[in-house]
Design a protein around this ligand. Structure first.
Ligand code: GTP
Length: 418
């Protein structure tokens, strides 16, 4: 029953949930992420049977034939996939400026860059190249937008990169056009199995032009047309409030509130000319189940006092915005079957509108936490570290999406408590 939250990241829809019997549905998907979940799940069950034996590393028998470097590294808990960072942000928000900062900073990582620009003249690549010591690894995707017409090009390019130059870089940075919607690019990493075996999405970094952001966020689009500026913020793991030199403190505060209302999950930093610490943008582990807890912790700690709040932190302004965050913090223990039913229904009914979700939950009859994260209807979860015997068992869940029904989410969660 615990396994129903474990939905393979790479292409399985929610109705093809993994069964605790480790069904053969797993066999064609030996990606490290999935292997990791299988392993964690296995140790979760071992843990249930023998709570004193926590660190057992074992693999289900049906995957024995997959003896590869990848399987071994997975068994040893090493993930050899290349991390990739998506830099997004509205036109002129400072994406190329940040990229140049990344390329010239001392972070010890060798970076391969994929630039996406409309039109045949790639101005940005020459701007970037002029700051870069090795322009060889700056690849251009022109004549279209990564999020729509050239997704196939992106996959091809990424696979070429890992095939031919894997030993030459440690991290990939993808700069999207200012008008790109991030979700199709994110989904590319989730849905292309080959890609998922070699590259893992590390995080989405969104640049915000403090001077012009409000104007872009306010732009009313026709029904069913997304406001790109809102989406770029909603999907972010990290948000850089750039160009703070062009606004006053009151404007900055108002914009920060507005952004937190849309995305209560991302960490936010202010900057001039994209000047932020590199560990804020590289190695963020935004999709890494091992890191979910600290991410959720950071974003809900201001209301982690044991009470079930009603979103007041995010609801004192902009009531009409369609894209919002809902945080649920609640002490207690949930029935995992109920949670599975709830999330299954939720992603089936509202998957399109659910941009991101992350959570740490306390499951009945388990000594450890359970973590999950998802993008639209792709959802994955794993048992995580044990609760201290004295510790309050706090459930923390964050949802970001369009037209979220906060009351219904809270009610449904409450219904899962035992
Ligand atoms: N005043 C000020 N200008 C900045 C800052 N950051 C970037 N700029 C300038 O803003 C302009 C646009 O920056 P880019 O880095 O090219 O922005 P971009 O997001 O890559 O732009 P597009 O590729 O057109 O979407 C450039 O002239 C930058 O020098 C900042 O913090 N303050």
């Amino acid at each position: 029953m615990a396994a129903r939250l474990l939905i393979p990241r790479a292409s399985r829809a929610v109705n093809q949930l993994i069964h605790p019997s480790f069904s053969s549905a797993l066999e064609p998907l030996p990606t490290p992420a999935i292997s990791q979940c299988i392993r964690n799940l296995h140790s979760f069950f071992s843990q249930q049977l023998n709570p004193n034996k926590r660190s057992e590393i074992s693999r289900p028998s049906n995957s024995r034939s997959m003896v590869s470097a990848e399987a071994i590294s997975s068994a040893l808990d090493l993930d050899s996939r290349v991390p990739a960072t998506i830099i997004t942000g509205f036109l002129g928000s400072g994406k190329t400026t940040l990229l140049n900062h990344i390329l010239t900073s001392q972070h010890g990582k060798r970076i391969a860059v994929i630039e996406n620009e409309f039109g045949e003249v790639d101005i940005d690549s020459s701007l970037v190249a002029s700051h870069s010591t090795s322009s060889d690894d700056i690849l251009m995707v022109n004549n279209g937008c990564l999020c729509c017409t050239v997704r196939g090009d992106l996959v091809k390019m990424l696979l070429e990169l890992v095939k031919k130059k894997r030993d030459k870089f440690d991290h990939i940075v993808i700069e999207t056009t200012g008008l790109a919607k991030p979700s199709p690019v994110i989904e590319t990493f989730n849905s292309d199995e080959l890609l998922a075996q070699h590259i893992k999405l590390d995080g989405v970094v969104t640049l915000v032009d403090c001077k012009h952001a409000t104007q872009h966020l306010n732009e009313v689009k026709p029904r069913w047309v997304v406001n790109e500026a809102v989406e770029q913020i909603a999907y972010a793991d990290r948000i850089i409030l750039n160009k703070i030199d062009l606004v006053n403190e009151a404007e900055l505060q108002a914009l920060t509130k507005r952004i937190k209302h849309i995305n209560g999950m991302a960490q936010i930093k202010q900057a001039k000319f994209g000047d932020v610490d590199m560990d804020f943008v590289l190695g963020v582990g935004g999709y890494d189940l091992d890191r979910i807890e600290s991410e959720v912790e950071g974003n809900t700690q201001h209301c982690a006092d044991g009470h079930d709040h009603h979103g007041e932190h995010h609801h004192d302004h902009v009531h009409d915005a369609a894209v919002t965050s809902v945080s649920i913090v609640s002490e207690g223990t949930v029935d995992l079957d109920e949670v599975n039913d709830w999330l299954e229904t939720l992603v089936n009914d509202k998957g399109e509108d659910l941009y991101r979700m992350k959570g740490v939950i306390s499951v009945n009859e388990s000594t450890g936490r359970y973590v999950f994260q998802g993008v639209h209807s792709m959802l994955e979860g794993c048992p995580a570290k044990p609760w201290d015997p004295q510790e309050k068992r706090m459930n923390k869940l964050v949802f970001i999406g369009r037209n979220l029904d906060e009351t219904a989410l809270r009610k449904a969660f409450k219904g899962c408590l035992v």
